[in-house]
Design a protein around this ligand. Structure first.
Ligand code: URA
Length: 424
């Protein structure tokens, strides 16, 4: 068996065997297959697709490439949540402590930003001192002590995904349903939670652009989960506009705190309540309506905020020191009319250019930069009304590029729903 034969086979749209997939992954992880050959195979997989069997086999081989975390020393049902990636998506920062405050153990391993989309670990690093790289023992101890911990992937969890994802990110091979399914599910299964809720983002700011594709991805991930005895629930949610009012690491932490104190974006709160109710229902084995009551109660009575503060303290964060840039300027509307859209992809790219995301793997993030949206989709604006505030450090962004992200029209268009579907 050689890598060239395997690339050829996939180019000719033939199904790879388990042995061939294992050969590729093992030899790529140990350095015998170079990036250029792996890139060629990944591109053939993106273009010609993968069968369900290939996808399930690839997931298994990826899980087996590293450690499987044993969480049996944490009692009860452990739940996890994952987002396929969006713009302004600070949901985990609110959701993890909220669900834990209802008595469900939340074991959350998160990632960094990818492309124009943000990552929870980058956001948490905007809090001075916050320790994002807990060891497995520290992670388990914290969940046993306070019910929740958020950490980056431990060293040897699915090393195959770390290597393959880094390559996909720079070779235009990210947007593939089977590759996304294997990447997410291998990590979720190896990290040991019993129940997994996945927020599948759909729209121009997401990796998945249509509801039809999102349904296929969701069903595939549910099927993979079933093979490993894991309950997976997928929520298909809109990512055609940024989630909430802030985009940028430090600003998003501040907004998450606002929501935990029952202020801020209604849409963000709605998504948190939907995902949180499912997580509590799965974790406590209770009806969804009952779970929703617990979530609403703990959001309103401050228990969720208290749990967030406990988590920040346990992970050495100093909540009084959130990195926000001192320099800012506002951008005003040049038109009058209804805001019928705010381009999530465009805004995500602007924040990346400000320094809030990476263009190369080794880029340093500027945690303080970002955008505060002063207006939401559906609002009416007049010429001269403030649309947003840009927090910057060195680079200012051309005003027209920012204005191009706003679709302002005479007639008001119906807004897309926040939640499209829940698939179990
Ligand atoms: N999130 C992941 O972890 N992997 C993907 O491939 C896409 C989103």
């Amino acid at each position: 068996m050689t890598i060239l034969d395997i690339i050829d086979k996939k180019r000719l749209k033939q199904e790879l065997t388990f042995e061939e997939i294992k050969y590729v992954v093992d030899n790529f992880v140990n350095g015998n297959i170079p990036d250029y050959q792996m890139s060629a195979l990944l591109m053939a997989m993106v273009i010609n697709g993968m069968t369900e069997k290939e996808t399930i086999d690839l997931t298994k081989v990826m899980i087996d490439s590293g450690d499987i975390i044993d969480l049996s020393s944490i009692s009860g049902i452990k739940v996890d949540k994952h987002s396929t990636g969006g713009v302004g998506d600070k949901t985990t920062l609110i959701l993890a402590p909220l669900v834990a405050s209802c008595g469900v153990k939340v074991v959350k391993m998160s990632g960094r930003g990818l492309g124009h989309t943000g990552g929870t670990i980058d956001k948490l690093e905007a809090i001075k001192g916050f320790k994002v790289n807990l060891s497995v023992n520290e992670f388990i101890k914290q969940v046993n002590d306070i019910g929740v911990a958020i950490t980056s992937q431990t060293g040897n969890l699915v090393p195959a995904d770390k290597k393959i994802y880094a390559l996909r990110d720079v070779t235009g091979t990210v947007s593939s349903i089977p590759l996304i399914a294997t990447s997410i599910m291998s990590k979720k299964i190896a990290s040991g939670a019993d129940k997994i809720v996945i927020d599948v983002k759909v729209g121009n700011g997401a990796l998945i652009k249509t509801i039809e594709e999102a349904r296929i991805l969701a069903n595939l991930m549910i099927k993979i989960g079933k093979q490993y005895g894991k309950d997976v629930v997928c929520v298909l949610s809109d990512m055609n506009q940024p989630l909430g009012q802030t985009i940028g690491n430090g600003l998003e932490v501040v907004e998450a705190i606002h929501v935990l104190r029952v202020k801020g974006s209604i849409k963000l709160r709605e998504l948190v309540i939907t995902l949180g109710s499912i997580m509590v229902s799965l974790g406590k084995q209770i009806a969804l309506e009952e779970a929703k009551k617990e979530i609403m109660t703990n959001l309103i009575n401050g228990q969720a905020y208290q749990k967030f503060m406990e988590m920040v303290k346990a992970q050495n964060g100093d909540i009084d020191k959130i990195n926000i840039s001192f320099k800012s300027y506002s951008v005003k509307s040049k038109q009058e009319g209804y805001i019928n859209g705010i381009d999530a992809l465009g805004i995500g790219e602007i924040v990346r250019k400000l320094g809030g995301g990476r263009f190369h793997k080794e880029d340093e993030i500027n945690y303080g930069v970002g955008i505060l949206l002063e207006k939401s989709v559906g609002e009416y604006v007049k010429q001269g009304d403030k649309l947003l505030t840009v927090y910057y450090d060195e680079k200012r962004i051309d005003e027209q590029e920012i204005l191009n992200c706003f679709m302002i029209e005479k007639e008001r268009k119906e807004e897309k729903p926040l939640i499209y579907e829940i698939i179990e």
